[in-house]
Design a protein around this ligand. Structure first.
Ligand code: DX5
Ligand code: ZN
Length: 214
């Protein structure tokens, strides 16, 4: 079944605990946490302290999306804070293979992320090392942007790549996911869907999660 990873970027940060408990009870599979540093992306959001603060309030895996320059420096901090899945952008890693293995050595799952304009060939030689591939369907930095349809063929390409690997690799999609674009992502082969505004801007978050899951 398709997994749903609500992005807390669209939550109310002043009532983050309640907003996390609500999507947990509403059927979420992961909690997606967007970490932005104002360098790799033009916005500043969450650091390890917030991840640590969130950790006691849900048993769901914390799906931490690092949109930061030089992520190697912070792997340890986010693992200690309670991340279960730590994903890094291929565009931010000079030694991608090294970074992925540094994450796995800490005992958490490692994901690799590609921006919309980055070709899937970039991950050809690390796909067997990762637990998850995250394809951005917006340019990272902000919630509430429109889905970029030209990423759909990349989902299919990654699906083919992951089928050659002898362990299961999740394919996650992030950005502009609503119940209509979710269907396109599922049909292309994605099995984890991140959604921020399409869940948190809805009154009934449980229904929004169910609608995106399809
Ligand atoms: C974008 C973030 C996303 C964002 C998605 O840079 O990585 O996770 O919160 O928000 P929506 O679902 O509103 O596009
Ligand atoms: Zn994200």
């Amino acid at each position: 079944m398709t997994k749903i990873s609500p992005s807390i970027l669209s939550a109310d940060f002043a009532s983050l605990k309640e907003d996390i408990i609500e999507v947990d009870k509403g059927g979420a599979d992961y909690i997606h946490i967007d970490v932005m540093d104002g360098h790799f992306v033009p916005n500043i959001t969450i650091g390890p302290m917030i991840v640590e603060a969130v950790r006691p309030h849900t048993d769901l895996p914390l799906d931490v999306h690092l949109m930061i320059a030089d992520p190697d420096k912070y792997v340890d901090d986010f693992v200690k804070a309670g991340a279960d899945i730590l994903s890094v952008h291929a565009e931010a890693c000079t030694h991608l293979h090294r970074t992925i293995h540094a994450i796995k050595e800490k005992g958490v799952k490692a994901g690799v992320v590609l921006n919309p304009a980055t070709p899937v060939e970039v991950i050809k030689h690390v796909v067997e090392d990762v637990d998850l591939v995250l394809l951005m369907t917006v340019n990272p930095g902000f919630g509430g942007q429109s889905f970029i349809h030209s990423v759909l063929p990349k989902i299919r390409e990654v699906r083919k790549m992951t089928e050659q690997v002898d362990h299961s690799v999740e394919i996650e999609v992030d950005g502009g996911v609503n119940k209509e674009t979710a269907r396109l992502c599922r049909e292309a082969g994605a099995n984890v869907l991140v959604a921020g505004s399409a869940i948190y801007k809805e009154e009934d978050r449980k229904a929004a999660i169910a609608a995106i899951r399809g």
